[in-house]
Design a protein around this ligand. Structure first.
Ligand code: 5GP
Ligand code: MG
Length: 186
């Protein structure tokens, strides 16, 4: 797996310090208020689990599943696979946590749907932000790192279902995209 990597963009140590900084911001923003961290699966599971362990105030945790990418690197239609239960949403202050804010369609769609289902407030916290790719006007309330327009993997982010378990964020070597996953060695 490591042999498929072209360049490491954020190392494990950089990730830890970036998350410490954002966890501090989230803690200050929500101290004294009830809130629920809503992790957008699958991509944000690694980020969300590191983030919540650095937030020393009460919070609840919920999950939803959304996909917009299929197996490629281009954005498709947003598909929402499941939501938290009604009482996990209604009247709650929700902090949507996602792996990466790219065109913005995913978070935009999710925010609208959660508001429609009665959330009191919906904010967002993303691990990575690619502002140059935005198709809908949306800014994350909290973000760890900004990245250039480059497809990245690792720390929860996949290519064709793989590489989520890399402990760092990296770009893949060019030839990985040109040969289908089944033709490659794991
Ligand atoms: P958006 O709806 O903002 O265009 O896309 C958000 C989703 O697209 C992310 O949650 C992620 O699944 C996927 N995505 C966008 N850019 C990248 C990238 O550079 N690498 C990977 N692995 N996924 C990405
Ligand atoms: Mg995703």
């Amino acid at each position: 797996m490591h042999a498929d990597i072209d360049r490491i963009l954020f190392s494990e140590a950089e990730i830890v310090s970036g998350i410490d900084r954002v966890a501090g911001e989230v803690t200050r923003a929500y101290s004294g208020r009830d809130f629920t961290v809503v992790s957008v699966l699958k991509g944000s599971c690694v980020f969300a689990s590191d983030l919540i362990r650095r937030i020393p105030i009460p919070l609840e945790l919920a999950f939803l599943a959304a996909s917009s990418y299929g197996d490629g690197t281009e954005s498709g239609a947003l598909e929402i696979n499941f939501f938290p239960t009604g009482n996990e949403i209604e009247g709650r202050n929700l902090l949507l946590v996602d792996d990466i804010l790219d065109t913005g369609r995913t978070l935009h769609g999710l925010k609208a749907e959660l508001a429609r289902r009665g959330a009191a407030e919906v904010r967002s916290c993303v691990f990575l932000d690619k502002p140059s790719r935005r198709a809908v006007p949306l800014q994350a309330d909290f973000r760890v790192f900004e990245v250039q327009n480059l497809f990245v993997v690792g720390y929860g982010l996949d290519y064709a279902g793989r590489y989520r378990n890399l402990p760092y964020v990296a770009s893949l070597r060019e030839e990985i995209y040109s040969s289908p996953p089944t033709a490659r060695k794991a």
